[in-house]
Design a protein around this ligand. Structure first.
Ligand SMILES: Cc1cc2nc3c(=O)[nH]c(=O)nc-3n(C[C@H](O)[C@H](O)[C@H](O)COP(=O)(O)OP(=O)(O)OC[C@H]3O[C@@H](n4cnc5c(N)ncnc54)[C@H](O)[C@@H]3O)c2cc1C
Length: 359
C-alpha cells in the first residue's frame, strides 16, 4: 500500500544519499488564515548568512490559494527565489495535499537544507516530508549554523532535559531538515529594493489525496494568556511562588498593561494556567520588556525568552543564571520591592496620562 502511494505521488526519482545533487537552502513560507506567519521572515533572516556562507540560493516556498501576493515580502526579507504553488486544493491546510505539493518541489529542485517554523502545520508537514524522504529532522532548533567545508547544517537545541545544548548533524541524507520555534529568532528589516525571482510551479495531486473535504473550521477557544503578542511580560517563578506573590505580579502587570508569564514550577504548583508558561515546553516570547521575578533562569526557561528586547531580573541571588543575561539585574527581595515599585509606577504613569490629557 505504501509503495503504491509512493508511485502515484512521485514520478521523479530522488536519491537522498547523492549529496552533491542537492544545493540551496529553502524555508517554508507558511501562510495561515491568508497571512504570512512571522516565523517565515525569522527563518529567512537566520538562513540568509548561511546561504551566503555556502554560496547558494535562499529559496522560500509558498503553498496555498491566493498566496502569490506574499512573494515580494519574502524577497524583501532575503529570498532569492520564491516557489509558489497557488492552487484551490491548497486553500485549507491538509497534510496530504500540502505534503504532496512540497514533496514534488523538493524532488524537482533538491534543496540541501529545508527549514520550517515549529507551528502546528509546520511540524506536521516537516515530519511527513522527512519520513517520506527518509532524511533527518531536528525539531525546535534554537540556533542554526553551517559547516562550510562539509556543507552541513548545524542545528542546535537543548537536549537531555535541557542540561546540554546538542548540535545535530545530518551527514548522509538530504535534505537536512529542521524546525525553528516562532520568536526564537528575529526577523530582519525588509529591503524593498531587493530583486528575486518568483517561480510559479505546477504540481499534480493524486486522487486518493483529494478524498477529504473541509466542511467547516471551528476554532478552539483555549485560554489566551496574551503572552505571544504582549510588548511587556511580567513573569514570576518559585521565588514568589505563592498566592501573595501571584497577586503582586498581577498588580504590577496591570499597571504596566503587561501579560503575565510564569516558570514551569509555578505552573506545576497550580498557581497559574499552563498557557502562561514561558520556555522550552511553554510559549516562546520576544516582548520589548521582560521582567523576571523570582525566576532562577534554568536553560529551559531562557530558551523561551532570551531574545526579549530588555530583560529585567529581580532576584535575591546575584549569581542566579537569569541575572547573567539580564540587562538590568536587581538584587532584592521581591516581596519587599514589588508593592513599592507598583505604587510608584502607578503614580508615575498617572502623571504621564494627565500630561497627555492636558497637552
Ligand atoms: C524537559 C524539561 C522541560 C522544562 N521546561 C520548562 C519550561 O518550559 N519553562 C520553565 O520555566 N521551566 C521548565 N523546566 C523546569 C526548569 O528546569 C526549572 O526547574 C524551572 O524553570 C525553575 O523554575 P523557577 O525559576 O521558578 O524556580 P527556581 O529554580 O527554584 O528559582 C527560584 C528563584 O527565585 C529566587 N528567589 C527566592 N526568593 C526570592 C525572593 N523573595 N525575591 C526574589 N527572588 C527570590 C531564587 O534565588 C531563585 O533564583 C523544564 C525542565 C525540564 C526537565
Amino acid at each position: 500500500m505504501a509503495e503504491e502511494h509512493q508511485k502515484e505521488v512521485v514520478d521523479e526519482t530522488v536519491d537522498v544519499k547523492d549529496l552533491d545533487a542537492w544545493r540551496g537552502i529553502w524555508i517554508y513560507g507558511e501562510v495561515h488564515d491568508g497571512e504570512l506567519e512571522g516565523v517565515a521572515l525569522e527563518l529567512l533572516h537566520a538562513a540568509r548568512p548561511l546561504a551566503d556562507a555556502l554560496e547558494t540560493e535562499l529559496g522560500a516556498v509558498l503553498l496555498g490559494s491566493g498566496v502569490k501576493r506574499h512573494a515580494e515580502t519574502l524577497i524583501a526579507h532575503g529570498a532569492d527565489n520564491v516557489y509558489v504553488v497557488d492552487h484551490p486544493e491548497l486553500a485549507n491546510y491538509r497534510t496530504e495535499v500540502y505534503h504532496e505539493a512540497l514533496y514534488q518541489l523538493i524532488v524537482r529542485y533538491k534543496p540541501e537544507i529545508m527549514l520550517f517554523g515549529s507551528t502546528a502545520n509546520g511540524k506536521d508537514l516537516a515530519s511527513a516530508i522527512a519520513t517520506d524522504l527518509e532524511t533527518g529532522l531536528t525539531a525546535d532548533t534554537t540556533m542554526l549554523g553551517v559547516n562550510k567545508e562539509e556543507r552541513l547544517l548545524e542545528a542546535s537545541r537543548p537536549a537531555f532535559g535541557g542540561n546540554i545544548m546538542a548540535t545535530i548533524l545530518c551527514k548522509k541524507h538530504r535534505p537536512q531538515m529542521a524546525t525553528v520555534r516562532p520568536r526564537v529568532m528575529r526577523a530582519g528589516e525588509p529591503d524593498v529594493t531587493r530583486q528575486g525571482k518568483i517561480n510559479e510551479e505546477s504540481v499534480t495531486f493524486s486522487s486518493q489525496n483529494l478524498l477529504k473535504t473541509i466542511i467547516e473550521t471551528v476554532k478552539e477557544s483555549s485560554g489566551d494568556s496574551g503572552l505571544e503578542t504582549a510588548d511587556i511580560v511580567v513573569a514570576f517563578g518559585k521565588g514568589v511562588g505563592d498566592q501573595r506573590g501571584l497577586e503582586m505580579v498581577q498588580a504590577l502587570a496591570g499597571v504596566l498593561g503587561a501579560a503575565v508569564g510564569a516558570s514551569r514550577d509555578v505552573v506545576e504548583m497550580g498557581l497559574i494556567g499552563r498557557e502562561h508558561q514561558v520556555g522550552q515546553t511553554g510559549v516562546t516570547v520576544m516582548p520589548k520588556i521582560y521582567i523576571a521575578i523570582g525566576i532562577s533562569g534554568a536553560v529551559q526557561h531562557l530558551v523561551g525568552m532570551q531574545n526579549s528586547g530588555t530583560i529585567i531580573a529581580i532576584n535575591t541571588d546575584p549569581e542566579a543564571p537569569i541575572m547573567k543575561i539580564a540587562h538590568y539585574a536587581v538584587v532584592a527581595d521581591a516581596y519587599a520591592l514589588l508593592p513599592k515599585l507598583t505604587a510608584s509606577l502607578n503614580e508615575a504613569l498617572k502623571e504621564v496620562k494627565r500630561d497627555v490629557l492636558t497637552v
